[in-house]
Write a protein that binds this ligand. Structure first.
Ligand code: BGC
Length: 729
């Protein structure tokens, strides 16, 4: 797609040629330019900026349409085209947000990010990013607005499906893979939402308070890794406030921490309509203001925004120095160079067989088998019939959820997948709806009766329920994983508990499959059903993936990236009454988020962090923990002792046994997903850097490694610790 028409005036032609030649010849190596090249690049950027009028500069630091900033055609500077979203390139809109029906807007609908995180497979994170980057390029985009890497602080956050985990280390590894995958395609990732956008309730006003230790140990590491290890070119500032100041122009978070301490060289893009103050945006680090014009919906005026005409007047009046604007423009041009906007891009691709395969693999590896009481895998040849029950078996999810919506090329629903893999024949696979997605959220006795009849006539019943993405005509904030609202509860909506209980009574061979972006309350039936699988939002190949797992064509290997509590009140943020906040939310649980809280305070979860079953068994042995200079080398053997091929995630947790401050019982510090054929063994080595043992001292305001003994717990989940070792500093 030809996107940028350059009109270059003769006066600046030579400079632009030099700029673009540089970009072209260095495209593959721009990420790690030697210092001298970085200097040359910055000199070129400086010269270009020196040619620009104030108005031209200001046009670049704010939106010029729904998803672009302004370009400077006179100087050959194109607009930057951005697009949601985190699991598929969003449909096209016109400059005013109306849907653009004239172009093909379809894309690969990948499993949601929480499913990606459940794979614990960093190579898949990279491939996932590659799909997004290539498809974004094909669709003429420059920046993809993802990944979402906010901490899952409560299962109720409506956007958990777009995030990854409660654990900063898992987020860091998977987030870096995603960012690199996108950016190696010459497209920028935009890591969001910086910072602490952990609730949707009052997201545009809530003020998040947390101590410095929680900030450093829990909420920042994902962003730090994305910047320092992933080389992310852009970051999106969150809507909410942090310690009294809006995140999108938060002096501490952006100027001091992100651009100062972390050395972020790219551009900070505001969330859409997140800017609230001209002076703060100018001075405290917002580089591109997006979406403010939405406040006056329909009367689009891209100059009457905080960093538009007002900024020009302030500079002209001498109130604000133009250097603030220059600094932003330079960062933007730096990003544009890194993503080769002045050169010739390689073509992208869309919906290729490889992309479909990534969608399938992520869905399969992201499915977490929570419970299996000798029923799975189902035997394709011996099984006579299945009763598939539940609206989620046939519901299309791709276009729900808010800005993460995708116009999918296709979407294999669970029912379709089961019929594809098992039997197209409706005699063998019946379907009954079981419940209706409706505003009042109540059960439908007639549908339950039909489901019970179907279950009693089949050999196996599979209830496919959970939560859904919302559509406005059926809005029910108890049920929906969607931007703009939080769920009110983790109880399954629409009478699903009643449904499941009635189905189990009719057929003890009941399997429950749950979609959704978070944990749900299973207390009423968890002990009675034979198997439970969490499939999140599994993307356009989701139904095939589910069927492959249930029939054992693929051995499950997903692991929970979040703790599933027995009840909502066990979650730290809820136990202290700090979710959701209203005007303020105080993260008084500090660093004790997710399993850090459950393990330390001896609370039994329903299913622990890192949990996920397989159809084979693995034996862990021969643990050696050895210091090697500054690092600690953890090595062990892993054997697949069962009869089928499979994958295990070796998880390494560190416990500080002699700390002067309160520390979590254990913390994930390394992991590796290992594929083993039946009977095969492998030696695994994982390296822990010194940061794996440190805590953030909020008096010294620095990381500290205290002398003493540390236990190394190696296991298949945070609760299934198979081997223990120790090291002392
Ligand atoms: C969301 C962002 C999204 C942006 C653009 C905002 O409402 O919070 O995640 O990228 O809209 O659609």
């Amino acid at each position: 797609m030809i996107k940028h028409f350059l009109k270059i005036s003769s006066g600046v032609f030579a400079l632009m040629i030099a700029f673009s030649t540089h970009a072209q010849t260095n495209h593959k190596t721009t990420k790690h330019l030697p210092k001298s090249d970085e200097k040359r690049l910055s000199a070129k950027i400086d010269s270009l900026v020196s040619l620009m009028t104030l108005e031209e500069k200001v046009s670049m630091i704010k939106s010029a349409s729904a998803f672009t900033n302004g370009g400077v055609p006179r100087l050959g500077i194109p607009e930057i085209v951005m697009s949601d979203g985190p699991h598929g390139v969003r449909h096209e809109v016109n400059r005013d947000w109306s849907r653009n029906e004239k172009v093909d807007s379809r894309a690969t609908f990948l499993p949601a990010e929480i499913a990606l995180a459940s794979t614990w497979n960093k190579d898949l994170a990279y491939k996932y990013g590659t799909v997004l980057g290539t498809e974004a390029k094909h669709r003429g985009k420059d920046i993809i607005l993802g990944p979402g890497i906010n901490i899952v602080r409560s299962p109720l956050n409506g956007r958990n499906f777009e995030y990854m985990s409660e654990d900063p280390y898992l987020i860091s590894v998977m987030g870096v893979g995603y960012v690199k995958g996108v950016q190696d395609q010459g497209i920028s990732a935009c890591v969001k939402h910086y910072l602490a956008n952990n609730q949707e309730t009052k997201r545009q006003e809530v003020d998040v308070l947390m101590d410095e230790r929680a900030l450093r140990e829990i909420y920042l590491p994902g962003f730090k890794a994305a910047v320092q290890k992933g080389n992310a070119y852009t970051i999106m500032g969150a809507y909410n406030k942090f310690r009294g100041q809006y995140c999108t122009h938060n002096e501490y978070l952006i100027n001091k921490v992100l651009k100062g301490e972390m050395g972020f060289k790219g551009a900070v893009i505001s969330d859409w309509s997140a800017v609230q103050n001209t002076m703060q945006a100018l001075k405290f680090g917002t580089d591109i203001e997006m979406g403010t014009e939405m406040r006056n919906w329909g009367n689009w005026n891209f100059n009457k925004v905080f960093m538009g005409d007002t900024a020009i007047s302030l500079v002209k009046a001498g109130v604000v120095d133009v250097s603030y604007i220059d600094a932003k423009v330079k960062r933007i041009l730096w990003v544009m160079h890194k993503i080769n906007m002045f050169g010739k891009r390689t073509p992208g691709a869309i919906n290729t067989p490889e992309h479909q395969k990534v969608a399938l693999n992520v869905a399969e590896e992201g499915i977490v088998l929570l419970k299996n009481n000798n029923i799975l895998p189902l035997k394709k040849d011996a099984l006579k019939s299945i009763a598939v029950i539940g609206d989620n078996a046939v519901r299309l999810q791709a276009e729900g959820g808010g800005s993460a919506q995708v116009l999918a090329y296709y979407e294999i629903t669970p029912l379709k997948g089961l019929r594809n893999v098992y039997a197209p024949d409706t005699q063998k696979v019946s379907f009954s709806q079981g419940y209706v997605v409706k505003k009042d959220g109540t059960a439908d006795p007639q549908l339950i009766a039909e489901a019970v009849k179907a279950a009693s006539e089949a050999e196996v019943a599979i209830v496919i329920g959970g939560f859904v993405h919302g559509y406005t005509n059926e809005w029910n904030d108890k049920a929906f994983d969607s931007e703009g609202a939080d769920k009110k509860d983790i109880k399954l909506p629409f009478g699903q508990d009643e449904l499941i209980k009635a189905v189990v009574k009719a057929n003890p061979n009941t399997i429950v499959v749950l979609l959704g972006g978070s944990a749900s309350d299973m207390s009423q039936w968890v002990n009675d059903v034979k198997a439970i699988a969490q499939v999140w939002y599994p993307g356009m190949e989701g139904g095939n993936a589910l069927a492959n797992i249930l029939f054992g064509k693929t051995n499950p290997s997903g692991k929970l990236p979040v703790t599933f509590p027995k009840q909502l009140s066990d979650m730290p943020s809820h136990s202290i009454g700090e979710f959701p906040g209203d005007s303020t939310v105080n993260y008084k649980e500090g660093i004790f988020v997710g399993y850090r809280h459950f393990d330390t305070h001896h609370i039994e979860p329903l299913f622990p962090f890192g949990h996920g079953l397989s159809y084979t068994q693995f034996a862990f042995s021969n643990l050696h923990v050895q210091k090697q200079g500054e690092n600690v080398l953890v090595s062990l053997s892993l054997k697949n002792t069962g009869k089928v091929d499979g994958a295990e995630v070796v998880q390494v947790y560190v416990s500080d046994e002699q700390a002067s401050v309160e520390r979590p019982k254990q913390e994930l510090k390394a992991f590796e997903k290992v594929f083993l054929k039946a009977g095969e063994s492998k030696n695994i080595s994982l390296t822990l850097g010194k940061e794996a043992f440190q805590f953030f001292d909020d008096k010294k305001l620095d990381w500290v490694l205290e002398a003493g003994k540390f236990t190394i717990n190696v296991g298949s989940s945070s609760k299934e610790i198979k081997l223990k070792g120790a090291v002392s500093f």
